[in-house]
Structures are given as structure tokens and as C-alpha cells.
Design a binder for this molecule. Structure first.
Ligand code: URA
Length: 196
């Protein structure tokens, strides 16, 4: 056992991090979930995307962003010339919250050391944060997604050689419910594409 942060920092590879999450007993969420949804994507991606938490389809398949939100994410990436196979995709929470409720502040706090270690081990050239949960957690800012989206930030940590240029945008699930927000999201993607 140990704290999430001790466990996460001891992981020397993505395989070890995945195993550590499979073995982690610090969050009751995990008991209700079918899968520990770790990640999808290749080594040395052009971009790392971080969402909120698995939904029903992700929990069923054990892969992030494979349901309706994932289909839209694929199209968002394609709009800036990225194939999903060139991108590394994960979430703040590896376990689906019951009935897709929003993760609590405590759940996010417990998972954050694993996410930070995940970023260190992937060492991506760019980060895209999908929605308020990922944006507030990783940018450590109190503002909501409306304020955080569309501006470059840097995410740094002791295990990274250099901070990662980071952009936040609306979550695809939000865009499916709120199509009028797509105009801003596409502006964010254009900004992102300039650094690809
Ligand atoms: N929404 C997310 O934030 N992540 C997923 O993997 C699927 C839907």
C-alpha cells in the first residue's frame, strides 16, 4: 500500500503505472466499475488528451473515449489533421463514477498523482485538457472551463524535463449537448494545430 503519490512516483513505466492502478484500493469507485480504463494510444504521440472519467461504453470496453464523446473527439482531432493513432488518450479518473455522476473533488485529488505520473511517463509534446474537471485539476486554477479554455498554459512537474504547453477546451460530451459551443471549441483546435 502507501499513498497515491508514493505509489505513482515509484512507477518507472506505463505498464507499472497501469498495474499500480489495477492494484490500488484507495478509491471505493473502483468496486462498482467493470474496468480500470487506463489509456489508448501509441508511444511518442503528437498530443496527449485528458478527459474526465470513463462512461458506460468505456467501462464496458476498458478503453477511453470509445462512446459518443469519443466519436466526436475523433472528429475534433481529424479536423486538425490528427489520426487517433497519433494521439495518447486518458482520463483524470480511471474508473467510471456510478450513473456517470461528476467526480467529487476528493476523487479527483486521489487520482491526480497518477495522472501527473502518467504525463511524466508519456512525456508528450502538447497536452489537450477536455472539460472543466481536467482543466481545473491540472492547471490548479479555480476558474471554470469558460475562463480556462483557449489560452496556452504550461503543465510542469519535477519528473518532466520541461513543462508541457497545454490547452484546455470544452469536453466533447458538453459539445454534444451544446452545439453552439462548437464554434469556440474549433477556435481552440485551430490554436492547438499551430503548435503541432
Ligand atoms: N468522457 C470522458 O471524459 N472520458 C471518456 O473516456 C469518455 C467520456
Amino acid at each position: 500500500s502507501g499513498t497515491a503519490s508514493q505509489i505513482a512516483s515509484a512507477c518507472a513505466s506505463l505498464t507499472e503505472l497501469h498495474r499500480a492502478l489495477e492494484a490500488f484500493e484507495g478509491l471505493p469507485l473502483k468496486q462498482a466499475a467493470t474496468s480500470t480504463v487506463f489509456a489508448d494510444g501509441a508511444a511518442q504521440p503528437r498530443l496527449m488528451c485528458i478527459g474526465e472519467a470513463p462512461g458506460h461504453e468505456e467501462d464496458r470496453q476498458g478503453v477511453p473515449f470509445v462512446g459518443a464523446s469519443g466519436k466526436l473527439l475523433d472528429r475534433m482531432l481529424a479536423s486538425i489533421g490528427l489520426d487517433r493513432s497519433e494521439v495518447y488518450i486518458t482520463n483524470i479518473l480511471p474508473w467510471r463514477p456510478p450513473a456517470n455522476r461528476k467526480p467529487t473533488h476528493d476523487e479527483v485529488a486521489v487520482c491526480l498523482p497518477f495522472v501527473v505520473r502518467h504525463i511524466e511517463l508519456v512525456d508528450p509534446p502538447l497536452l489537450l485538457l477536455l472539460g472543466g474537471a481536467a482543466a481545473s485539476a491540472l492547471l490548479a486554477r479555480a476558474e471554470g472551463i469558460n475562463r480556462l479554455r483557449g489560452h496556452w498554459f504550461e503543465v510542469g512537474s519535477p519528473g518532466l524535463q520541461r513543462p508541457v504547453p497545454t490547452l484546455a477546451t470544452f469536453h466533447p460530451a458538453y459539445l454534444l449537448r451544446t452545439p453552439e459551443a462548437k464554434r469556440e471549441a474549433w477556435r481552440d483546435l485551430l490554436l492547438l494545430s499551430k503548435k503541432l
